[in-house]
Design a protein around this ligand. Sequence first.
Ligand SMILES: Cc1cc2nc3c(=O)[nH]c(=O)nc-3n(C[C@H](O)[C@H](O)[C@H](O)COP(=O)(O)OP(=O)(O)OC[C@H]3O[C@@H](n4cnc5c(N)ncnc54)[C@H](O)[C@@H]3O)c2cc1C
Length: 511
Amino acid sequence: MKNQWNVDHNKFTQADIKKVIDTDVLVVGAGNAGMMAAAAAAEKHAKVMIVEKEASINLLRLGLGGVGTNAQKRAGLTINKHDLVEYLAAFAQHNVDEGLIYHWANHSAEAVNWVEDNILKPHGAHLRSEPDAMVTSSAYEGFPTENDPTIDDQTFASYGDWFQEKIAELGVDLQFNTALVDLVKTDDMVTGAVVKNVQTGEYLQINAPKGVILCTGGYSANKDLLKQWNPLALKKNVYNDSPRNNGAGITSALNVGAIKDEEPAECIFDRGLVPVGTKTDEMYVQTATYQDWLWLGSHPLLKVNLRGERFANESVPYQFIVNAASKQPGYQYAMIWDDNYGEYAKQFHTLGCARVGFPGYMASAEKLEADTQQYVDKGLVVKADTIEELAEKLHLPVDALKKTVARNNELVKANIDKDFGKEAYRLTPVDKKPYYGCILGGRILCTSDGLRVNKKMEVMNAAYDPIKHLYAAGNDSGGFFFGSYPDRVPGLAASHAQTFGRLAGQQAAEN
Ligand SMILES: Cc1cc2nc3c(=O)[nH]c(=O)nc-3n(C[C@H](O)[C@H](O)[C@H](O)COP(=O)(O)OP(=O)(O)OC[C@H]3O[C@@H](n4cnc5c(N)ncnc54)[C@H](O)[C@@H]3O)c2cc1C
């Protein structure tokens, strides 16, 4: 029996608890926040245990944001912290705890530098900043916050295994296949948790007198919670790329009197390929393997609604086009392009992971074309010699699409987007056959509304007082994001998780 949150709480009796384990600090979830929290607490000589419900740690992210990191200093980059914080707060219409954003900005470099010095350097790797990422236009503003782990400055270096070695060296006890079931609260203090071995079904109690740190990564895998807290996300998104995150961290804290953000926030990418004719209500594919993920989707090519009409400036952060499509019939949109798209990609200067060339994942225009071709072969991207044929294959009204393409080409010739204001260098024609098209929807990467925390990362109760010895970090913690994710501060999500994980670990160890 599940509760109203569709999470397995309160399903055991005391008699079911077969074993009691003592530690100082218990971290729940071995992802971006949890691994940092564990390392930080262990560095302060606490005895630390991490419980992770899957059989491996989660992917430690490659684009790491930060302000004033050593990598940025080496690249001669400075970021004005006040401008950045104001940008983030304004982006959220100030529906955030601005002090927390400053707290991140003040501590992010420490966390990023710690990863570089302790995890990367011993393995011959370092961080490289994205020096030309500062872009300022009214629609497309970017800050050069991203730091990328690399050995050769051409490709990413994955560092999860190295991190796992490091926490083992620090004496952290990492238990896989072990899921949080419930927090244990005695009087006014959290003293540990009940967890379940998901392979044996056995319940264990873990006593953690210095604190429990919740780092389970939000709730994007839990459709029942999405229905309650963010129903529009189920309409906008056709994929969930974080299938591990079912909300257990957040709901376990609500069970002991915590409060959470009252409004939803999420990070969405615009790369979800939808088979033509599928309704968004019918599709929410949970995948950890980038299934049917079209990198090209984040390029500012012509995008039209399901009536074949252009509906927004395509030169915007990833999530915006998905948001804009949610105000159109069917919640999805089509992208239309022509055979010169490899050339256009070079002129677009897309940032972060959408870049062609490092730190993007598409090393060259040729690689982008090959990536796209696999979806032509799979039938998710359609190809045609005429716009009429393309419209038919995409189930779009033929006359409307022909009119939209003709208008697009007219604007390209005039070198000005009189309809939606896209920058001239991002206006591209659709006039060289074969023509291409696909239907796209959103991919939710994570939810980011979470438990309200103070600057010590302590989870707060309804009186805004801390629930003693209960901490949250990463997407289990809130007060930081509102609505959409600010994509133009690349690496913010992972950095928020790692920076606040580190602070929570240090804090708990000091109890
Ligand atoms: C495809 C993709 C690309 C991304 N790219 C970037 C990027 O380049 N830069 C960036 O800044 N952000 C990126 N993000 C977002 C970033 O990964 C997240 O914001 C970040 O991982 C959040 O960290 P977290 O520790 O809160 O959660 P996670 O890293 O998701 O870790 C949560 C962990 O908790 C475990 N868990 C869940 N429930 C339980 C339970 N009941 N008991 C025990 N363990 C549990 C999960 O299995 C998981 O291992 C990306 C996300 C995705 C999906």
